[in-house]
Design a protein around this ligand. Sequence first.
Ligand SMILES: O=c1[nH]cc([C@@H]2O[C@H](COP(=O)(O)O)[C@@H](O)[C@H]2O)c(=O)[nH]1
Length: 308
Amino acid sequence: MVASAHSRLANLQRHFQTSDNVGKDGLNGGNVKISPEVAEALSRGDAVVALESTIISHGMPYPQNLETAKEVEAIVRNNGAVPATIAILDGIPCIGLTTKELERLANLGTKAQKTARRDIAYLVASRGNGATTVSATMFFASMVGIPVFVTGGIGGVHRHGEQTMDISSDLTELGKTPVAVISAGIKSILDIPRTLEYLETQGVTVAAYKTDQFPAFFTETSGCKVANSVLCRPNLFLSCYICNAVLYHEYLTSNCIVIYVFYFYYLGRCEHPQEELTKTDNNTDIALVKNNALVGAKIAVAHARMRQ
Ligand SMILES: O=c1[nH]cc([C@@H]2O[C@H](COP(=O)(O)O)[C@@H](O)[C@H]2O)c(=O)[nH]1
């Protein structure tokens, strides 16, 4: 615990930049800008939860994207952690956005470039605006010592990936970057069995929360069993589920996706049967994407607080 606090501080010292000391050129010798709120929380060892920004720019339209981003941040705050939404603005990687910056990103929408790990250098060099995907968000979260990150859905192996080799860099990032990712599974248009195979190859621990199956984003059942599941008695409260999941997680390595199934206790019923699996990126149900993000945020905070 002490060693990990030391390494987080050492990391911070190397990368520490606040809004006040950003150079005129805004590039900071390739460093990142950490918001004062996030920097303070990290230096005190308080719980911080990283959030991605592609869900804001590309995941849903304005103004729902802004409302959702604000709601997710509020959930994180109300549960005792500091949210760190990550994006690249004018070429500066920002860890923690002000309300103005969130509004700017939400307004930019798809004009902000969807930024995976490979795109970071270009966005910084060209002083562009980039919304970070899971891989890029993990990269920055790890750089500044944020160990927990929540998102709606991660990328995976695309259908027919055996021919196209279309595999999200989220999966390789999970294999090499020690940040725990809480998500509702992979996007519904992807190939779950091949994604699980690939995660196994990458050595990623996948722990499914309150199910023994890898959820299918909108549904609890995918037919694909996960090796590790966090099962709880049905009459326990949500907080107990979270504790079990967190304790279990701590037992495992830190590069672990914790998949949760939200609708048992949140929506109360499954409204979206298997045909959801054929939906495309463009017609996903905004309300459910939002629910995934909101419920995931609570679980992520529990993780972050247990690690303090
Ligand atoms: O329902 C969605 N979940 C997740 C994403 C984003 O898509 C990224 C993966 O994109 P790709 O398949 O291009 O690697 C994820 O990291 C996430 O940021 C998305 O657009 N829609």
